[in-house]
Design a protein around this ligand. Structure first.
Ligand code: IMP
Ligand code: MG
Length: 178
């Protein structure tokens, strides 16, 4: 195992099965829609790349880069858009793809911002969810796994920009950031 990884929480094989399931649900729900997948960079890039290949309806992909002020393992809720969408979302069916919903503050801000642009519908697909840590009412419409309140890395998730390339989700040893 990598240095600073204390345990593997979700294996590569488990991820594959789950992503396929999510793709099937989304395929069912987005027949005859105008689907625009919005990938929240950078965390969701790995998940989104796998997910779109399991979605069997026509879709467009757009990206947003957001940052939330705060320390590297805790979000503050003050969100800044570093790169906005390239495409118009008006009258389109949006699926926001996130790596993890933690406090929910980032998605709350994004949902309010994106809703004001007149989409036909907005749903959230998050690979991970830490429901215990929620501060605002945000519930992913599609989710991979609920996990306990531990800081995880891999499958796109980072600590200080590292570990995004791990093909599994793992708990980072608290020694790595304390
Ligand atoms: P929220 O605004 O608190 O919901 O935080 C959302 C963002 O915080 C996610 O998109 C991640 O980038 C980051 N984050 C939250 N928990 C973790 C974690 O356990 N590992 C890595 N990043 C995390
Ligand atoms: Mg993120």
């Amino acid at each position: 195992m990598e240095a600073n990884i204390s345990k593997i929480l979700i294996t590569e094989e488990e991820i594959k099965v789950k992503v396929k399931e999510l793709g099937e649900m989304i395929t069912r729900d987005y027949q005859e829609k105008d689907l625009l997948v919005i990938c929240i960079l950078k965390g969701a890039m790995v998940f989104m790349a796998d997910l779109v290949r399991e979605i069997k309806v026509p879709l467009d992909i757009d990206t947003m880069v957001v940052t939330s002020y705060g320390s590297s393992t805790k979000s503050s809720g003050v969100v800044r858009i570093l790169k906005d969408l390239d495409e118009s979302v008006e009258d389109r069916d949006l699926l926001i793809v996130e790596d993890i919903v933690d406090t929910g503050l980032t998605l709350k801000y994004l949902m309010d911002n994106i809703f004001s642009r007149g989409p036909r519908s907005v749903k959230i697909c998050s690979f991970l969810d830490k429901p215990e840590r929620r501060k605002v009412a945000i519930t992913p419409d599609y989710k991979g796994y609920s996990i306990p309140d531990e800081f995880v890395v891999g499958y796109g998730l980072d600590y200080a920009e590292k570990y995004r390339n791990l093909p599994y989700v793992a708990v980072l040893d608290p020694k790595a950031y304390s």
